[in-house]
Design a protein around this ligand. Structure first.
Ligand code: FES
Length: 101
């Protein structure tokens, strides 16, 4: 029986921050964007990503009423009604980011 050569490949983590009209109403997602940029660098599309973690923005993640929203794949864990303290705690828990930023 052949094994899937991709099954042992570590999965790259992709963090997606919604910057859509609802999630960023009044600029409320902007501090989240600024923090992610400071912690992880500029957002990049998947084909340009390097390293174990990258992030990108979306125009809508289909949870507009619960925004601002952020999701981490492949874990499929979400932050709804995100604010900066919640994002920092999320990064610390799921990516091991330092919470000093
Ligand atoms: S605008 Fe963010 S989920 Fe729709």
């Amino acid at each position: 029986m052949k094994s899937n050569p991709m099954s042992d490949t570590p999965k790259r983590k992709r963090l997606v921050l919604c910057m859509g009209a609802h999630c960023n109403a009044g600029g409320r997602a902007q501090p989240l964007y600024d923090h992610l940029r400071a912690q992880l660098g500029d957002p990049v599309p998947a084909f340009m990503a390097h390293g174990p973690v990258y992030w990108e923005t979306a125009n809508c993640l289909s949870y507009c009423g619960a925004g601002p929203n952020c999701v981490l794949y492949p874990d499929d864990v979400w932050i709804h009604h995100a604010d900066l303290p919640a994002l920092k705690a999320f990064l610390d828990e799921h990516l091991g980011e330092d919470d000093e930023g």
